[in-house]
Design a protein around this ligand. Structure first.
Ligand SMILES: C[S@@+](CC[C@H](N)C(=O)[O-])C[C@H]1O[C@@H](n2cnc3c(N)ncnc32)[C@H](O)[C@@H]1O
Length: 292
């Protein structure tokens, strides 16, 4: 009994992350994703990665770091690491006042402009889309605003995330009631099919959204995204340091067409990050506009 107990203690000891290993891993994560793991998240990282070390049969975080750099399976492991360090929390109709501003001020203007130009084309980018609730919400709003006329529009919502796992879930498009907790009942009835208590997004919504893996810290990948009239990047830059925020916001600016709009999370701000956008204040939300 005593030996079993001491073995457990030894194992736990081996899985402790040293300050040096933490710094090494933290710098690596930052370099690869732009996500900055603060000192106070050291033990969280250690806890969450302990299972990965066990699964890979590694004895220390130093070995894990080596694996991430040189093992043939490193790409797959990087995806797992991203899943560990990212927060994927999201829901349908998140931040309703901001979505009202999107519908009534942003979308109405973009639609009017397109009609004036004799075009009917809409490009929206949901950057850091997690399991799909945000881009599908935007697609539902487009259906609500355009009604049957939507069939005559050329619409594409590009939805990206660093994590393959959340993208796989987004592509499945099946949700729990909890994901729909702030969604109006009539919207659920219109755009979802209830299958044994799970809610499946209907095809007319799904077909507006195209998913792809993109790392926002990769400039080349960002440049390949089709130009958009609206960029949504909510609750994502909060995990980045100022330098990375500047790069990402700069990339959104370059991506937007003149007069385009950027919407960020309600607890995020462009203060000290970018002066390129014009902040437009509406009750319930600030919208950042690229001047035309
Ligand atoms: C908290 S969720 C926000 C989801 C949604 N935008 C919302 O507001 O409900 C943040 C998402 O950003 C993604 N993310 C974090 N760093 C990223 C990066 N460097 N590149 C792409 N996506 C990233 C995470 O994987 C996660 O799914």
């Amino acid at each position: 009994m005593a030996s079993l107990f001491s073995k457990t203690i030894t194992l736990q000891k081996e899985l402790k992350i040293s300050d040096e290993e933490f710094t090494q891993l933290r710098d690596f994560i930052y370099e690869q994703s732009g996500i900055y793991v603060a000192d106070n998240r050291k033990y969280l990282l250690e806890n969450r990665l302990a299972n990965r070390l066990k699964a890979l049969n590694l004895k220390s975080y130093g070995e894990y770091f080596y694996f991430l750099r040189y093992d043939p399976g490193r790409k797959q492991e990087m995806n797992r690491l991203f899943e560990v360090v990212t927060t994927n929390e999201t829901s349908f109709y998140r931040n309703p006042p901001q979505l009202d501003v999107f519908r009534d001020k942003v979308l109405s203007e973009v639609i009017r402009e397109q009609r004036d130009k004799g075009r009917k084309s809409l490009r929206i980018w949901s950057a850091g889309c997690s399991t799909g609730e945000e881009p599908y919400t935007l697609a539902i709003i487009l259906h609500e605003v355009l009604g049957p006329e939507i069939k005559t529009w050329d619409i594409k919502i590009a939805a990206n995330d660093i994590s393959e796992a959340v993208l796989a879930s987004a592509r499945r498009g099946v949700y729990s009631e909890y994901a729909l907790r702030t969604t109006p009942k009539e919207i659920i009835a219109r755009y979802f099919t209830n299958e044994d208590g799970r809610y499946k997004i209907n095809p007319e919504v799904k077909q507006l959204v195209t998913y792809g893996q993109i790392n926002l810290s990769d400039r080349a990948q960002l440049k390949r995204v089709e130009r958009s009239q609206v960029v949504f990047c909510r609750n994502v830059i909060i995990y980045f340091d100022d330098d990375m925020k500047r790069k990402v916001i700069g990339a959104f600016y370059d991506n937007l067409t003149p007069g385009g709009f950027l919407l960020i999370g309600h607890s995020e701000s462009l203060h000290n990050i970018s002066r390129a956008f014009k902040p437009v204040h509406h009750p319930g939300a600030i919208v950042y506009r690229k001047e035309s």
